[in-house]
Design a protein around this ligand. Structure first.
Ligand code: IPM
Ligand code: MG
Length: 357
């Protein structure tokens, strides 16, 4: 099979975690005789430094002419504490999501038993955790009208019915394939936009009568995620609540460095780790590449390459169980980002040339 993949390394640790994923793609291509045509584009702070624009037109063109997009991370501290900055790296990511209409962001949360002890939560709380978050990605407070004067600012949270229906349809269908439980997380006791989400989910539920629907306010959900996370199967929620609850849920697995994601619209698909650009680690070869590598597995799965994807899942599990991991996963280990990448490639190619030290 031949596939063209847009490679957007982005900022901070983005380039190095993407580098490991490229090795994985090359190994899969060699093993299964596929051809992956990889073409690189600029986004985020690196694009601002090079062109002044966080999302150059050429990057959008590249993404639109590719079968899939792999993105590293976006963000640069030199913009973070500068409220006067007129252009920001994150604008590149938000504009890309919006221009490709990537309205559904899927974030699966899995706990690997070998590293459950790394989570700050008690191991018994983590038994049977297996959930997936469907986060709406192109609407809500992120994209509503913004106003700024010298003495007030405002961000409008606006949702249209069709924006809610299309993500909820995907979430209902996913629940049907899984444990048939769907939880809408909102703030319907306060927000009009949340009441619309609730009404739409209620209306849609009759078309998915095999799915048990529940509703939680975001504040309660944040607590439930810590005290009883195994109650969740599929979560569906708005852009901002999904952003927050998914970082919280990453704690269950022991590291944000393990969470992959896929974003879908009607035409394009983008794969990226949930974590950010982790600038303190940039260039040090210490970042965990597994979230990005698992995002590649989601991409291959969507290409219909099921065996290839399951090879990656198996290799990542093997890496974790053999303790060949970066420092975030095991403080006693200092394997480099690139070493973990090499180890997974060796697993994929079933070479046993790497000796654990
Ligand atoms: C995420 C990130 C982004 C978001 C930032 C970098 C704009 O936190 O993908 O979760 O808020 O959506
Ligand atoms: Mg986030």
């Amino acid at each position: 099979m031949q596939k063209k993949i847009a490679i957007l390394r982005g900022d901070g640790i983005g380039p190095e975690v993407v580098e490991q994923s490229i090795k994985i793609l090359q190994a899969i291509a060699a093993k299964y005789s596929h051809e992956f045509v990889l073409e690189e584009g600029l986004i985020g702070a690196s694009a601002i430094y090079a062109t002044g624009d966080p999302l150059p037109e050429s990057t959008i063109d590249l993404c639109q002419s590719s079968d899939a997009i792999l993105l590293g991370a976006i963000g640069d501290p030199s913009f973070d504490n500068n409220p006067k900055a007129t252009v920001r790296p994150e604008q590149g990511l938000l504009a890309l999501r919006k221009s490709l209409e990537l309205f559904a962001n899927i974030r699966p949360i899995k706990v690997y038993p070998e590293i459950a002890h790394l989570s700050p939560l008690k191991e018994e709380i983590l038994t049977d955790v297996d959930l997936v978050i469907y986060r709406e990605l192109t609407g809500g407070i992120y994209f509503g009208q913004k106003e700024k004067t010298t003495n007030y600012s405002s961000d409008l949270c606006i949702y249209h019915d069709y924006e809610i229906q299309r993500i909820c349809a995907l979430a209902f269908q996913e629940a049907q394939r899984r444990d048939k439980k769907l939880c809408l997380i909102d703030k319907a006791n306060v927000l009009e936009s949340s009441r619309l989400w609730r009404r739409i989910v209620q209306d849609m539920s009759s078309d998915y009568s095999d799915v048990e629907v529940s509703y939680l306010y975001i504040d309660n959900a944040a607590m439930q995620m810590i005290i009883n996370p195994s109650q969740f199967d599929v979560i569906v929620t708005s852009n901002m609540f999904g952003d927050i609850i998914s970082d919280e849920a990453s704690v269950l697995g022991g590291s944000l460095g393990l969470l992959p994601s896929a974003s879908y619209g009607s035409k394009y698909s983008l794969y990226e780790p949930v974590h950010g650009s982790y600038p303190q680690a940039a260039g040090k070869d210490i970042a965990n590449p597994l979230a990005t590598i698992l995002s590649v597995a989601m991409m291959l799965q969507d290409f219909g390459m099921r065996q290839e994807a399951s090879d990656i899942y198996r290799s990542v599990e093997e890496t974790i169980s053999s303790g060949y991991v970066t420092n975030d996963l095991d403080k006693s280990k200092n394997y480099k980002c690139s070493q973990v990448g090499d180890y997974i490639v060796a697993q994929l190619l079933e070479e046993s040339t790497i000796i654990l030290s």
